[in-house]
Ligand binder design. Structure first.
Ligand SMILES: Cc1ncc(COP(=O)(O)O)c(C=O)c1O
Length: 465
């Protein structure tokens, strides 16, 4: 592990909470030591407000340079190279605690599971394990990662709409707590394996409640025509069948209606439909994840506290008292913890101004998959006004990271920052065009440590035979 000291000069900022904007506007006198430590200068500096897209504790220092977890963004770029995912460890911990505390404020019957697909990185999973929350996995690979991170089988839930026999066998060997059964073919396969191995398994049945929240179709998962789970009629039949299987213990129902959901009403609508069709006679209600996050100033997601309170209240009201609630946040735990740093390689005028950086669709596929929008800034010159298109380096015209960027006179060598890349960035990273995947660097209290090294060209060939 690589360590690095880059403690930033403190401007004495007030402490910030998970639900608050990351940096308050500060206007004041800032003391800056010169390079030789001999003299100080006093400067009147107006520090811009960062949006809530940035990790907790981020701010611009007196020189207008972005500070992350007490480390200077430009120094991080110089030390670890770009592109790089910079993750605020404290931000991840704060959000894990916020979820646990928010549910605990209303019930002692709850389980919070990190949806590991959002940031399938061993160090991230290990951190959440330290914070005492569980984990859900959606493949054999994520299961292996969860075990490597130190989770025990019972702390793990297995998802997937097309689980293979190998994955179910692996899950049983690991003695996972819950298998979320997606369909009847899987139930039959699971039953056969349980007989062969002479064991029992707790399961939840995944339901497609027929509710589509207001989010991109690619991340809407609970509508009537979805690849996930069983519709309400088939679910009723499946529950009858499963009731006769003594090795399968259906502890409850599961539905996850989608991701980046910015209002709470669809969760309730889904639960109303499910309880109306299937009753309330289940001990466990797993309402999935889905809480949206701020990718910029325009999104205003419900707070973690309001989200948890609403979920507990709706389960109590619609399902009755004494039920256990399971929640599976992914995006809301990880997105805002992370920024990606890039270096500008080229700036050219082809009708528009095109700013080419050293990453792109290999480290952040979301803009290309479903038009996700990101903020972008020059890491030491926030608040520019030059309209430009920030594009990746890949051989696809669609490899555009930010279409409507406003940057301060970008030049080759500038470090750019896109905040809120912690969810589904690292997990969906790929090696298109032979691009090695970026490192993951944890920052906290002025210390930076590498938790995933940059991929090398040799790594690209490790599977050649
Ligand atoms: C079953 C399930 N649970 C939880 C999640 C996490 O969702 P989010 O990242 O929106 O919280 C997902 C995401 O796809 C999912 O499929």
């Amino acid at each position: 592990m690589q360590h690095h000291q880059a403690r930033a000069g403190s401007t004495g900022r007030p402490e910030q909470r998970v639900s608050e904007s990351v940096a308050l506007t500060e206007l004041g006198w800032v003391v800056m030591d010169d390079a030789h430590g001999l003299a100080s200068c006093l400067a009147m500096v107006a520090v811009r407000q960062l949006t809530p897209a940035y990790p907790l504790g981020s701010h611009l220092d007196g020189r207008g340079r972005l500070q992350l977890g007490g480390c200077d963004a430009l120094e991080l770029a110089a030390e670890f190279g770009t592109p790089a995912y910079i993750v605020s460890e404290d931000d991840l911990r704060a959000r894990a605690r916020a979820f646990a505390n928010a549910f605990a404020a209303h019930t002692d019957r709850f389980r919070v599971h990190f949806a590991s697909k959002a940031f399938a990185c061993t160090a991230v999973a290990r951190l959440f394990r330290e914070e005492g929350i569980g984990i859900d996995v959606a493949s054999g690979g994520e299961l292996a990662m969860a075990l490597k991170a130190g989770f025990s089988g019972p702390e793990i839930e297995l998802h997937g709409n097309a689980k293979t026999e190998a994955e179910l066998t692996q899950a049983m060997r690991a003695e996972v707590g819950v298998v979320v059964v997606d369909n009847l073919d899987e139930a039959r396969l699971l039953q056969r394996l349980l007989v062969e191995q002479d064991r029992c398994q707790r399961v939840q049945l995944r339901i497609a409640p027929g509710v589509s929240p207001d989010t991109h179709p690619s991340i809407s998962t609970g509508g009537p025509n979805t690849k996930f789970g069983l519709n309400l009629e088939d679910a009723a039949r499946a529950l009858e069948l499963l009731a006769g299987e003594r090795r399968i213990d259906v502890e409850g129902l599961h539905f996850h209606i989608g991701s980046q959901i910015l209002e709470l009403a669809p969760f309730r609508a889904a639960l109303e439909r499910v309880t109306a069709a299937l009753g309330t006679d289940f001990a466990v209600w797993n309402l999935g994840g889905g809480l949206g996050v701020a990718y910029g100033p325009d999104e205003e997601p419900p707070s973690i506290e309001d989200y948890a309170a609403a979920k507990v209240q709706m389960v109590e009201e619609l399902c009755g008292p004494g039920k256990t609630i399971v929640d599976e946040p992914g995006r809301a735990l990880t997105a805002n913890s992370t920024v990606t740093l890039y270096t500008v390689q080229s700036v050219k005028e082809n009708v528009a101004t095109w700013v080419g950086v050293d990453g792109g669709m290999s480290d952040n596929l979301r803009p290309m998959l479903y038009g996700a929008r990101y903020e972008v800034e020059v890491a030491d010159r926030f608040g520019g006004q030059s309209a430009c298109i920030v594009t990746g380096k890949h051989c696809e015209s669609g490899d555009v990271l930010v279409r409507d960027a406003l940057l301060d006179d970008p030049r080759p060598g500038d470090v750019l920052v896109t905040p809120a890349t912690g969810a589904y960035g690292f997990s969906m990273a790929n090696t298109y065009n032979g691009q090695p995947r970026p490192p993951v660097v944890f920052v906290s209290e002025g210390d930076a440590r590498l938790v995933v090294r940059r991929e090398t060209h040799e790594d690209l060939f490790t599977r050649d035979v």
